[in-house]
Design a protein around this ligand. Sequence first.
Ligand SMILES: Nc1ncnc2c1ncn2[C@@H]1O[C@H](COP(=O)(O)OP(=O)(O)OP(=O)(O)O)[C@@H](O)[C@H]1O
Ligand SMILES: [Mg+2]
Length: 514
Amino acid sequence: MVWMGEMWNTGFGSTIASIMLMYAMFQQYFPYHLQEKIHKYAQYLFGRVNPYIQITIHEYSGGRFKRSEAYMAIETYLSAKSSKQAKRLKADIGKNSKNLVLSMDDLEEVIDEYQGVQLWWASRKSISTQQSVSLYPSNADDKRYYTLKFHKKFRGLVVDSYLNHVFEAAKVLGMKNRQRKLYTNNPSDNWYGYKSSVWSHVVFNHPSTFRTLAMDAEKKSDIMNDLTTFSGAKDYYAKIGKAWKRGYLLYGPPGTGKSTMIAAIANLLEYDIYDLELTSVKNNTELRKLLIETSNKSIIVIEDIDCSLDLTGQRKNKKGKEEEKEGEDPIAKKAKEETSSSEGSKVTLSGLLNFIDGLWSACGEERLIIFTTNHVEKLDPALIRRGRMDKHIELSYCSFGAFKVLAKNYLDLESHHLFGTIKHLLEETQMTPADVAENLMPKTINGNFAELCLENLIEALQNKKEEAKSKAKEREMYSKDEAAAVNQVLTNNEAKVNDTTLLLKKAGKDHQGC
Ligand SMILES: Nc1ncnc2c1ncn2[C@@H]1O[C@H](COP(=O)(O)OP(=O)(O)OP(=O)(O)O)[C@@H](O)[C@H]1O
Ligand SMILES: [Mg+2]
């Protein structure tokens, strides 16, 4: 054993080993009633001279059915070290893991080093001698555990710092290896009963990345920096006393890449996505419950926030305010509110604001909240003010920079003699990246399809330009016609006023004559 060898080299080593050896050799010659005493004494002596401390972590500590979280964390932490050091390894696909996880086999040992101190990890197994009836295979009775050994002078370091380091590192590794998920909220009628849950999920494997996202390079790197800074800022958020979360508002016309960017963000930060369908959330209480059930390292997305609910009005329903009578019994008032909230979705703007940055919003950490909209101007300013939606990102029509990304993705082209023409046309027209991408999709794999695609795009851009021109002309004509019509009405009105004045004057003269 590695640590025994290490012990042997210390001053105490030979003494301890002699005691143990003598005890083992002569144990059988002692009468039975003395054996226990000698055993205890040997243990005591061994404890006095042994400079090493051992911590044991059992696989099943609470009961037989749930593996200990600490044991699993250590398994994850030791995985990389085991694959390098251990001679016998076990391979398994862990729960929610996307890769094979290697761990050391029984009776193997690995050495870890922390702040210059050596620590010995070993995987042990004690075999149960009891006969038991079990539904599980025979080796289910074997009790596995890890032992950690270190010199007693490092007790403080291990207890105060090393163990925390192990569990933090295991968390990070576990997150990295996990299979990421895309969640959607279940209607609350299905929240109760066997195996029910407020969220359902599928495995998330959207291929979008920031590399494939078409937008100007400068803007892209600014967003990426913002995201990576956020994900590494745990201590900073703790220092300034803010919950570790950030709000993003993505706005722009349809087909400009808002949803695509959300997938790219999730892939960059390796987060899960919770796609929240607000219209199926009945009230603010349900909204809070959904929030509590989300995990750390995740993105909560509300798409098309302007269409989700009527959140554009005042924070408090005006009608409700009018009906609120002074001195009304508070119990009766609450009952009234509860009855009204049971009909359809009653999520209010203030409920949503609390969801984003109320007390409950701090119940998890490392979370992004992303809203998307096609009509940013329709949103209540309270909803999107900085602090709630910290970063506002406009996704707009395809620029030449964005086109170059698409050309590289779709056609593997970095330059082409038609790029100049496309640049001019893109400056004169408004085409979404979705439309540009569609034109760049090869319709055939024969011949020079790249050039064909570029020509198709040029044609589409020219058509769009013509369309825009004729629309502008139409608008101009319409406004001219409208102006002429307004002038006509004004002239008619003026004439009528003149006639009336004449009549009044005439009537005045007649009256004087009488
Ligand atoms: N900026 C972009 N970079 C790469 N591909 C894009 C981009 N914008 C759009 N696309 C392509 O167009 C398709 C539609 O884009 P996406 O769904 O992201 O648009 P959106 O802005 O979310 O639209 P909507 O407002 O209608 O939800 C995507 O599948 C993608 O292939
Ligand atoms: Mg979208």
